[in-house]
Design a protein around this ligand. Structure first.
Ligand SMILES: *Cc1c(COP(=O)(O)O)cnc(C)c1O
Length: 377
């Protein structure tokens, strides 16, 4: 919680849940990444929070952008960044959208199979492609599992196919899983990456770039290592596997760039019990839930720190649920959340670390409730 956010919330007169983002924190995060990985270019993962103020700030600071759709590409261009600072990093793209991105000047694309390479060769001739490899996501609290990437053994075939079709086989990417709390996880992925570089060199193709992905964490309830620890671990792994010939590198932080910049203010709508049995658990219902920005509580993966005006009072385990008429709209139940016994209807509660993956995950009109509003200060 920054002083600016505290001040903003104190003077707030309108009602309804709101996410307040302190842009100064985003600036500090960008500078920390640039300092921790001085030879690495930053491609902000736009999906984490595409607020125009954030994209404009990062454009001014010199950031590049990882995008997943034409919509995100247009938001980045509208923020003033040129197309040469944009990567179309989604491995799943319609050929029409590849053509549209190419028309707008984008020349860097992710692939993870030969079919996607063929689309790009047709719709974005001569562009650079990088091949995403699978990574097991161990140690990540929000793993990205098996949806994106091919096994490392397949990557040379995919990249060679690109080369034959007139594309530039540019490099390799991976993502170690979001909210990755172990900086050593880049080491294994870089071992596979270096093997692909060697294999390609034997085939006469020099790869240039390693995309180290995202995964840099935000502090929620548990402590996380500082960004410098990630910088050191990554640099050590690059030296181990590439020796004196370290390739061009990029990172794609999303959560780590904006997560700690946001505070979500919500309101207690109801506090109740479901029977007269005193052992029965208390339910606390808020005006936000899984469909209003807190989607990452799915499987109770991300546990946000919650502040209430009654912190310091005795605590009681509570099931924490959202306001909609969907029974999946429950945030914490398997592991109930300890909240003050004195918490009352109408109290304001604050979710910390909600700058990433909240507004973009909020539904629009479910039960006639508006999507999560955001203000950047
Ligand atoms: C989501 C995503 C990111 C950002 O991941 P974080 O864990 O939020 O840093 C980076 N790269 C790609 C390709 C992604 O899909």
């Amino acid at each position: 919680m920054t002083d600016r956010i505290r001040e903003f919330l104190r003077n707030r007169h309108d009602e309804g849940p709101i996410l307040v983002v302190d842009i100064d924190v985003v600036r500090d995060n960008y500078n920390a990444f640039a300092k921790a990985l001085p030879d690495t270019r930053v491609f902000y993962a736009v999906k984490a929070n595409p607020a125009p103020e954030i994209l404009e700030l990062l454009t001014r600071l010199g950031s590049c952008f990882d995008t997943a759709s034409i919509g995100e590409i247009e938001m980045v261009l509208a923020a003033g960044a040129t197309a040469d600072r944009i990567s179309f990093g989604n491995t799943i793209k319609k050929e029409r959208d590849i053509a549209r991105a190419y028309e707008r000047g984008v020349r860097l694309f992710a692939v993870d199979c030969e079919a996607e390479v063929e689309k790009i060769a047709r719709a974005a001739p001569g562009s650079k492609v990088f091949c995403r490899i699978l990574c097991d996501g161990e140690g990540a609290e929000w793993p990205l599992s098996r949806k994106f990437g091919c096994v490392p053994e397949m990557a040379p075939r995919v990249l060679e196919h690109a080369h034959r079709l007139g594309l530039v086989a540019h490099g390799v990417s991976f993502h170690v899983g979001s909210q990755q709390r172990n900086p050593l996880m880049w080491n294994r992925a870089l071992a596979s990456t270096a093997a692909i570089f060697r294999e390609m060199a034997e085939r006469g193709i020099q790869l240039q770039m390693v995309n180290l992905g995202g995964g840099f964490p935000t502090k929620y309830l548990k402590d996380v290592p500082a960004v410098q620890a990630y910088g050191r671990a990554i640099f050590d792994a690059l030296k181990t596997h590439f020796g004196n010939r370290i390739p061009e590198t990029i990172i794609e932080p999303g959560r780590g760039m904006v997560g700690n910049a946001g505070i979500l203010e919500a309101e207690v709508v109801l506090v109740s019990n479901k029977s007269d049995d005193p052992k029965d658990i208390r339910w606390v219902y808020l005006d936000v839930g899984k469909f209003h920005g807190l989607a990452e509580t799915m499987d109770e993966a991300i546990r946000y720190p919650i502040r209430t005006p009654r912190d310091g009072d005795d605590l009681i385990p509570c099931v924490l649920a959202g306001p909609t008429c969907d029974s999946a709209d429950v945030m914490y139940e398997k592991e109930p959340y300890m909240l003050p016994f004195s918490l009352e209807i109408g109290d304001k509660v604050l979710f910390e670390g909600t700058g990433a993956y909240t507004t973009t995950y909020s539904s629009r009109d479910f039960n006639g409730m508006s999507g999560l509003r955001q203000i950047v200060i």
